[in-house]
Ligand binder design. Structure first.
Ligand SMILES: [Zn+2]
Length: 388
């Protein structure tokens, strides 16, 4: 809309400002969000939301000559709403369809997403489900395409977690994880919103940087203690993982488990040990001496080695006759013990499944790191740290 505020600002109470766009001279209701005054049409708001309509119908003090909402001196206060949220709501209510279309097509992705999230938050509060779902649908589309969401956007998303919106976590969590909000801030915000998977994700990232980096991040003493516990937990967990071959469904007749019998199960144990010592796994993040705790990274590297070996030599080659000195040597798979494994697909699947479950494993460590030292629990636990 092209109408702008042309009214003198002489009467504006100290400390307040009139909104540039939504302080309308022909409006009949003055509202205040934070330190910004809005002047809009009462009917536009009451038709939109019964929650607002009820608020505006609250009885006025009898002795008051100046009714609430009729002047800058006595605006209707909007507790809990930010000026930006209310401005976004007014934008949605006052813009023509062609203006909305143009905005959605031409605006900066990041600011568009923030506006739509503001709109989701405020329409949720004022119980306008249709408008909220419209904004939510567009916001999720925007979020999915932003490579590295800004700190503002991530903050808005974390606040929104508390609303418990259907399907929200599915698209918002990847965006928060990709975002540029510093990990310590992420921990504190996620903790306040009780978004535990994000909290443990941020803890994990800090833990992986190693204790020498923590003080520079400005963590407080209780956070430091949690990080230290997590560090110990994850270090212990890696030792446990490296010491036990992932459970394999043998089709060769060999028995699985720690007390494996038969050449294939024995080879699996040897190969897993070799993989867990492979430089690509243990020297992950060469510059980071604390990478021992990056279980996710290490298991992903292990899965990568196995994938490569499987691609080079998917099946066991059985030599039925001696070739003497001309006998071909087996192809180099990068894992010297690989040729001893007969159940290769099962081994690969098992390592992949292990890597895929590492996120849950870390969350358990993170949950434990908030309470106990994991290694004290491990002693009495099931044989595999991955076991659900
Ligand atoms: Zn086997």
């Amino acid at each position: 809309m092209s109408t702008t505020n042309a009214v003198t600002v002489a009467d504006v109470p100290a400390g307040l400002t009139r909104d540039d766009k939504f302080y309308r001279t022909d409006g009949n209701l003055v509202l205040r969000a934070e330190n910004t005054l809005f002047r809009v049409h009462r009917s536009v708001l009451t038709e939109m939301s019964s929650v607002i309509a009820d608020t505006l119908q609250l009885p006025q003090p009898e002795h008051s000559s100046d009714k609430e909402g009729e002047s800058d001196a006595r605006p209707v206060k909007l507790p809990g709403d930010t000026a930006q949220q209310f401005r976004s709501l007014m934008w949605a209510l006052y813009s023509r369809p062609d203006e909305v279309k143009k905005y959605l097509e031409t605006s900066d992705l990041e600011s568009r997403c923030c506006r739509l999230l503001d709109l989701v938050a405020i329409t949720h509060k004022y119980d306008c489900p249709d408008l909220m779902n419209w904004a939510l649908d567009l916001a999720s589309g925007c979020c999915k395409t932003i490579d590295k969401p800004s700190t503002n956007l991530v903050t808005a998303l974390i606040h929104m977690y508390r609303l418990g919106l259907l399907g929200f976590v599915d698209w918002a969590e990847p965006a928060v994880r990709r975002g540029s909000l510093a990990d310590v801030s992420l921990i504190r915000l996620a903790s306040a919103s009780t978004w535990t998977s994000i909290e443990s994700f941020a803890y994990y990232r800090i833990v992986c940087r190693g204790p020498s980096c923590w003080s520079a991040l400005g963590v407080n003493s209780s956070e430091n203690l949690r990080l230290l516990r997590g560090y110990v937990n994850l270090s212990e967990t890696w030792t446990l993982i490296a010491g036990r071959v992932p459970p394999i469904e043998h089709v060769c007749g060999g028995s699985p488990g720690v007390h494996a019998t038969g050449p294939c199960p024995t080879a699996c144990i040897t190969v897993w040990d070799e993989i867990c010592r492979n430089p690509k796994v243990v020297k992950l993040g060469v510059l980071n001496k604390d990478s021992t705790v990056d279980i996710q990274g290490r298991l992903a590297a292990a899965a990568g080695l196995v994938e490569h070996a499987f691609a080079v030599a998917p099946r066991t080659i059985i030599y039925t006759q001696s070739y003497g000195t001309n006998r071909p040597s087996p192809p180099d798979t990068g894992i010297s013990g690989w040729h001893g494994i007969m159940c290769r697909a099962a081994f690969r699947d098992s390592v992949n499944a292990y890597a895929a479950r590492s996120e849950k494993m870390i969350q358990r460590c993170a949950a434990a790191l908030l309470q106990h030292l994991l290694h004290s629990i491990i002693a009495s636990r099931s044989p595999s740290p991955c076991k659900e």
